[in-house]
Design a protein around this ligand. Structure first.
Ligand SMILES: Nc1ncnc2c1ncn2[C@@H]1O[C@H](COP(=O)(O)OP(=O)(O)OP(=O)(O)O)[C@@H](O)[C@H]1O
Ligand SMILES: CC(=O)N[C@H]1[C@@H]2OC[C@@H](O2)[C@@H](O)[C@@H]1O[C@H](C)C(=O)O
Length: 362
């Protein structure tokens, strides 16, 4: 192992719930140890500002979102000591084959506020090189698989606002090695259900999947959902949070419970489609992200998988902080000039090192 450094990663995900922050001691290849974590939720009015900026590339809504993101990150990260910071920012819009990908705030300003180097803008270079710019956690998934001693192919599934799946062959000693990783977004995960609960009941989510468990998924909506061209595309592939805006209209006539059950089933069938794309059947499916706390969703996924489906806690990992740890890991890789994506993870032409480094002025 090269000399490890103490890196602090921060993720503000598509669920718009808050900022996750986590310390990781790593050389960017293997994991020496996991450090302290913090969570800074967005207040309802901050969440509304972020929501209003979704899908926008510029303008006053975006400027307001930038301020919210920078303030929340300075508060979340300030108390956690580190040698450097990996700052993902908040994705507002993602259209890699069109306008690009937009994560706000500004890492140079955050470096100034924190007095530490900040690695940021992780996705743009990958997009410039022809990649999807997402998902980026897969290189970290590879390191985790090796850290927990996996010896056979396995898969990791993140259930955030959007879902993403990584198939990992841990026998490869570099994540960019051809055949080590295949990764892609599966489809919408929690975002459509969160949006439904907010619209109909003023609640941020379907707590423990209780509403979905009371309802029945509507087969015709699922059928139309699966007819979306996204499912015909070969991996790697990625999604914008609101790529499935018409799902909301499709469940509008349904009862609250049936609508929640149907949207939850959409997330699960999308994962099922994803599992079928893996180069070989994974021995186990380790689930991270908030959706692993939703028993209705987990049961629907387990029904579509040919292997055990377990939260990452079953191998001693922290499913709330895994993405924040990923950006700590990637920050160290950027500082060392190591690749952060590869043809198998984003479809980029060749292994690519993304990210810029903001440094505090003396
Ligand atoms: N107890 C629970 N019951 C049901 N759903 C839950 C529960 N806890 C978390 N969730 C879901 O998980 C979501 C948050 O997940 P997470 O923090 O992994 O998303 P994110 O990181 O913002 O998204 P992404 O990975 O797409 O960027 C919530 O919005 C909610 O839908
Ligand atoms: C463009 C963007 O922000 N994508 C997110 C989103 O949330 C989940 C999924 O879609 C994944 O592609 C990605 O996040 C994780 C952290 C990633 O890059 O691996």
């Amino acid at each position: 192992m090269t000399e490890p450094v103490t890196a602090l990663g921060a993720m503000s995900g598509t669920s718009l719930d808050g900022v996750d922050a986590a310390v990781l001691v790593t050389d960017g290849e293997s994991i020496a140890s996991f450090g302290p974590t913090a969570y800074r939720p967005y207040a309802p009015e901050e969440r509304a500002i972020l929501r209003a900026a979704l899908g926008r590339w510029e303008g006053p809504e975006v400027e307001a979102a930038v301020r919210v993101v920078e303030v929340a990150h300075a508060e979340a990260l300030g108390p956690l000591a580190s040698d450097l910071v990996g700052f993902h920012g908040q994705t507002l819009a993602h259209d890699p084959r069109g306008r690009g990908t937009l994560q706000v705030g500004d890492g140079d300003r955050l470096a100034q506020a924190l007095g530490r180097p900040v690695v940021w803008d992780f996705r743009s270079e990958d997009v410039r090189q022809g990649g999807e710019g997402a998902p980026l956690a897969p290189f970290f998934h590879w390191a985790l698989a090796r850290h927990v001693g996996a010896t056979e192919p396995l898969a990791m599934l993140n259930l955030g606002g959007v879902g993403n799946l990584t198939w990992i062959d841990p026998r490869h000693d570099r994540p960019e090695a051809p055949g080590a990783l295949l990764a892609f977004d599966t489809g919408p995960a929690n975002a459509p259900v969160d949006d439904l609960l907010l619209r109909r009941r003023g609640q941020p989510r379907d707590e423990d999947g209780r509403l979905a468990a009371e309802g029945t998924p509507w087969a015709d909506v699922l059928e139309r959902f699966l007819a979306h061209p996204f499912f015909g595309r070969p991996p790697p592939k990625s999604l914008d949070r609101d790529a499935w805006a018409d799902l909301a209209a499709a469940v509008e006539p349904l009862s609250d419970a049936d609508a929640a059950a149907t949207l939850t089933a959409c997330a699960a069938v999308a994962v099922g489609q994803g599992l079928a794309l893996c180069p070989s059947p994974p021995r186990r499916l380790l689930v991270t992200g908030g959706g692993r706390r939703n028993p209705a969703l987990m049961a629907m996924i387990a029904a579509r998988a040919d292997c055990p489906v377990e939260p990452v806690e079953s191998v001693g990992l922290d499913g709330d902080m895994l993405e924040a740890q990923a950006f700590a890991f990637l920050a160290v890789r950027v500082r060392r000039g190591l690749p952060t994506s590869a043809p198998g993870t984003t479809g980029v032409a060749r292994p690519t090192c993304g990210g810029r480094i903001g440094r505090p002025r003396a």
